[in-house]
Design a protein around this ligand. Structure first.
Ligand code: SF4
Length: 450
């Protein structure tokens, strides 16, 4: 691929978890029989609806017209991402792809470009694939049957329930992270959140509690209560309509529910948090003789899946260099669906402790130039080092050392081990998506060009 013009250096908006491989919400979980506590507290819907009428969120952009396409896009964006971070992306996305036909007709690159910075890029790929599937199998009409919704790429049981309830008024439960937390606490379910038994218990409680009417408002109320009152670290039980018979509240330690991933299977004991991983890469800003920058498309799975990034020279602990853009950190575990159980940790780029550019030593330069010759089929001359910074993902921190490298005329075509590549012309409008960390490097280049 020899096209030019990559995505604009779009600023990363207090973004969500940029990174981790995505969490395709694939198919509904298997039905697992489970023993739920014999004595479930009383019905909560009347109290919740009353609370929602007074305090619930009713003016979010996707709530104004409960049209299936708009609801679906919002629900997918809200998987693993906070409402506040989603809103600007949602508005931009809707301006660019106002209906299902526009999304289905778009190139995947255009969709990824409008998703850049929102993280979990499999969501964008699944959204695009699902739009095309709806056109092919449902004549372009968003399906109303729960089973048909749940069969679309990237939609699991909870998202399908949300779309069915919000867009079609169906009596369907949801179980996103916020709802899981509220129900786990209300019924004092202390099992590990990811365990099949816990999931089955939660689904049973969720469905048992569904009211006969106002299901959409009830579902929204549960999500809002989890987001604003039943917070993960410090639940505001004094302001909660469920406090009178909430078992976790009665226990005196509501924040102990649900158990964290590393918690014990019995009870809600928290046994510690795994250490964050850390990786270091040198991102090579390889420029041709007219100043265009080499970008390589990342593989569809893994971090920044499908986006266009800089070649990465791996440091110790990274995988062998042979795969260039394909040698990326392996995906973390599949995250929960829909809105996060707590605000997703924003992905941030921060100055690294070694932010002051430290030029590579002559020996390091030789190694990098040899790596370029072997892995990229390019003779380059390394140049100035830009300030290093750390980009935080959900499960690890990536120390990024940007380094300029010039590829003089006469080079053969780059060889990327099968990965598509292009030469990015920074002065032209963007047509592909780049990760926020790479956009940041381009911004720095504009501020301090060579
Ligand atoms: S009473 Fe407290 S712990 Fe129970 S649901 Fe309400 S906020 Fe959460």
């Amino acid at each position: 691929m020899t096209a030019t013009n990559a995505a604009p250096a779009a600023p990363e908006v207090s973004p969500p978890p940029e990174t981790s491989p995505v969490p395709p919400e694939v198919s509904p979980p298997p039905e697992v029989s489970a023993e739920i506590p014999a004595e479930i507290p009383a019905k909560i819907s009347a109290r919740l609806l009353k609370w929602y009428d007074a305090h619930g969120r009713k003016d979010l952009p996707w709530q104004r017209a409960r049209e299936p396409y708009r609801v679906w896009v919002a629900e997918v964006m809200l998987q693993q991402t906070q409402v506040g971070a989603v809103i600007p992306y949602y508005r931009r996305f809707m301006r660019q792809f106002p209906d299902l036909g526009a999304l289905a007709a778009a190139d995947l690159d255009a969709v990824l470009r409008h998703w850049a910075g929102l993280g979990y890029y499999a969501r964008a790929r699944n959204l695009h694939a699902a739009a095309r599937q709806i056109v092919a199998r449902h004549g372009g009409e968003f399906p109303a049957r729960f089973e048909d919704i749940a069969a679309l790429p990237g939609i699991g049981r909870s998202t399908a329930g949300a779309v069915a309830a919000f867009a079609f008024g169906k009596r369907r439960a949801i179980l996103d992270g916020n709802v899981k937390r509220v129900l786990s606490r209300y019924a004092a379910l202390g099992g590990r959140p990811g365990a099949a038994k816990t999931q089955a218990q939660l689904w049973q409680v969720a469905e048992q509690q569904l009211p006969k009417s106002r299901v959409a408002d009830y579902n929204q109320a549960l999500m809002d209560l989890g987001a604003t009152v039943c917070a993960r670290a410090k639940p505001k039980c004094d302001a909660c309509p469920l406090a009178a018979d909430c078992r976790a509240h009665r226990s005196g330690d509501p924040a102990a529910y649900p158990a964290r991933k590393s918690g014990a299977v019995t009870g809600a004991t928290v046994t510690g948090k795994p250490a964050r991983r850390r990786k270091t890469v040198t991102m090579l800003i390889v420029r041709d003789r007219v100043g265009h920058v080499l970008l390589v498309q990342r593989p569809p799975r893994g971090i920044w899946g499908g986006l266009w990034s800089l070649p990465e020279y791996p440091h110790r602990a990274a995988r062998p260099a042979a795969t260039v853009a394909r040698s990326q950190p392996s995906p973390p575990a599949k995250p929960p669906r829909s809105q996060p159980s707590s605000p997703a940790k924003p992905s941030r780029s921060q100055p690294s402790p070694r932010a002051k550019p430290r030029p590579p030593t002559p020996a390091q330069r030789r190694r990098i130039e040899t790596w370029c010759a072997r892995q990229l089929n390019l003779r380059v001359q390394t140049g100035r080092a830009l300030p290093a910074f750390t980009h935080s993902f959900t499960h690890f921190d990536l120390d990024i050392r940007p380094l300029l490298a010039d590829a003089p005329a006469g080079n053969p075509a780059p060889r990327m081990d099968g990965a598509p590549h292009l030469w990015y012309n920074p002065s032209k409008p963007a047509t592909v998506g780049v990760p926020a960390a790479v956009a940041r490097i381009f911004e720095r280049l504009k501020v301090a060009p060579e």
